[in-house]
Design a protein around this ligand. Structure first.
Ligand code: FCB
Length: 419
């Protein structure tokens, strides 16, 4: 059977984020959830009627409890069990995030117990042969910082630098791969352009200012980590959209160039001297047709996003000019039935393989997500996990797609028969 072989030492695994899996968090999001759960439940039909899958999740989406992260996957206490599963699935890496609000619950007061918790998490990964990819900020903020204006505060870069320095000083010798920021552009756009996520302050100038402050925050954190651990490999997890032209018209070329510059390159260009690798988060393409978005929308995932496993090829190839190693830090779909998942993973990996053959220096693939989890303002109904969670009992069930992925991880190769 012909095989698509991946490079030696390729990292295989999955990703999570603290607020989405840990449970028991007390931060800007947990407070926002309490204030907005009723409204989100009430507005859900209006917000999701366009999604052909609405009926499948209507019961969950109209229930206010869906929007409270609460104990989430209780991963804060069950991380060993979850890492046992990742190990049994032949993963060799795992991405997780450190929850800033646990580390620095009050300004400048660091909680050593919380730091010890993450030391134990890192050790538990290493004991199971899983290389940790550690995210410092996956969107949630300590309350004191949110009250001071969060990422739009002039002082944000300084606060982030201090937090990064603290983690580097405490855990630096145990971490090789660092992701300072997760999708700074996505979270800023939802908070300040759409005004949908906390702090729901719609203002394009604040959006732009926030982005600049995040750029500065990353650079300062990069330097602080390097001071403690010169060999650290540091990047961000960047959300890249594959912008495609419906037809190669002059206008479409122009619009693609603007979209690529504004969304895909702006942030990366500004941190290019402060990153050792690029973390790619990829979910969507966008087809441009003379100013209109023309996605054919044939098959859709539960989320209502177009099923488009191949577009990761374009996203990877377009990162080649940076000449940096690339780790895929997120890629996945929401699919409770698991039927699409089973097709998606091999199809996406075939596209990754093609990008490697065409010169993209891809060194790892971390699926989103290891576990079903709390999907921000959508709550619990979207099922992105390789492992299903029954939230009432916290029972974990490995999905068939996870077993198929495990074979690929084990063989470091994809049988072409499964594509
Ligand atoms: C990404 C986020 C991640 C998760 C996936 C579905 O944009 O980084 O936390 O919500 O989308």
């Amino acid at each position: 059977m012909p095989k698509l072989q991946f490079p030696d030492n390729f990292y295989w695994g999955a990703a999570t984020a603290a607020h989405q899996v840990e449970g028991g968090n007390h931060n800007d999001w947990s407070e926002w959830e309490k204030q907005n759960a009723d409204r989100l439940a009430r507005e859900s039909e209006q917000a999701f009627r366009w999604n052909p899958n609405w009926k499948k999740f209507a019961a969950a989406a109209t229930d206010p409890k869906n929007y409270i992260s609460g104990s989430a996957c209780d991963h804060y206490s069950r991380f060993r069990e979850d890492f046992d599963i990742a190990q049994s699935l032949h993963h060799s890496a795992h991405r997780f995030s450190i929850e800033w609000s646990r580390i620095e619950p009050e300004e400048g007061q660091f909680n050593e117990e919380a730091i010890e918790h993450y030391r134990t998490v890192i050790a538990a990964l290493r004991e199971r042969g899983l290389e940790p990819f550690v995210t410092l900020w996956h969107w949630t903020l300590p309350l004191w910082l949110a009250e001071r204006g969060g990422t739009a505060s002039q002082d944000f870069p300084r606060y982030f630098e201090r937090y990064a320095a603290k983690i580097a000083g405490s855990l630096g010798s145990e971490i090789q791969f660092w992701i300072t920021l997760n999708e700074p552009d996505v979270v800023s756009a939802h908070a300040y352009l759409k005004g949908e996520w906390p702090p729901q302050k719609k203002n394009p100038l604040t959006y732009l200012r926030g982005l600049h402050l995040l750029i500065r925050a990353h650079r300062l954190a990069y330097q602080a980590i390097k001071q403690h651990s010169p060999a650290a490999q540091i990047g961000i997890a960047k959300h890249q959209i594959a912008f495609q032209m419906a037809r190669p018209t002059f206008i479409n070329h122009f619009l693609k160039a603007i979209a690529d510059w504004g969304w895909n390159s702006f942030f990366l260009n500004r941190i290019k001297n402060h990153q050792d690798f690029i973390g790619l988060n990829h979910y969507n393409r966008s087809v441009i047709d003379n100013g209109f978005r023309k996605n054919p929308n044939k098959t859709q995932t539960d989320f209502g996003w177009e099923y488009q496993p191949d577009s990761i090829y374009q996203a990877l190839v377009e990162l080649k000019p940076y000449n940096k190693p690339i780790y895929i830090t997120e890629n996945g779909i929401a699919d409770a039935s698991d039927e699409l998942h089973q097709k998606f993973i091999p199809a996406a990996l075939a596209a990754v393989h093609r990008a490697i053959a065409d010169g993209a220096d891809v060194r790892g693939y971390l699926y989103w997500s290891l576990l079903d989890n709390f999907e921000w303002d959508k709550g619990f109904w979207p099922r992105f996990g390789l492992v299903a969670i029954d939230y009432a009992t916290q029972t974990r069930t490995v999905r068939p797609s996870a077993l198929a992925y495990a074979e690929i991880c084990k063989n470091n190769a994809l049988e072409t028969a499964v594509i």
